[in-house]
Ligand binder design. Sequence first.
Ligand code: SF4
Length: 123
Amino acid sequence: MANMSLKKNEMPSQAPDIRNKNFSEVALGYTEEQAIDEAKRCLNCKNKPCVGGCPVNIYIPDFIARVAQGDFEGAYEIISKSSSLPAVCGRVCPQETQCESKCVRGIKGEPVAIGRLERFVAD
Ligand code: SF4
């Protein structure tokens, strides 16, 4: 069943009083449970506008569907067909102006956190 929450799952991050004492990444990445919950927000739209927003046309709904099933290896295989740098792209791509800007869920609420899911799968 689809997760109809209007908001993305929050990205866990280091607390300010901890991150000001180290040089580690501030964002910690989704847990498996968060990734699956976020993936369930995807509606697997017929026209898949998110794919057209991706410069390398990653087959986004297909990899997200695998995440929703807990098949993270399968999700990675799908992303790997189009991109060899998902851990980088999941962190630094401007998803808000690319894939996520086209996401249907963004019309009424926040788009699916495609970038966070890409990062999760790569990690
Ligand atoms: S536009 Fe958004 S909801 Fe639709 S298939 Fe793409 S990621 Fe899923």
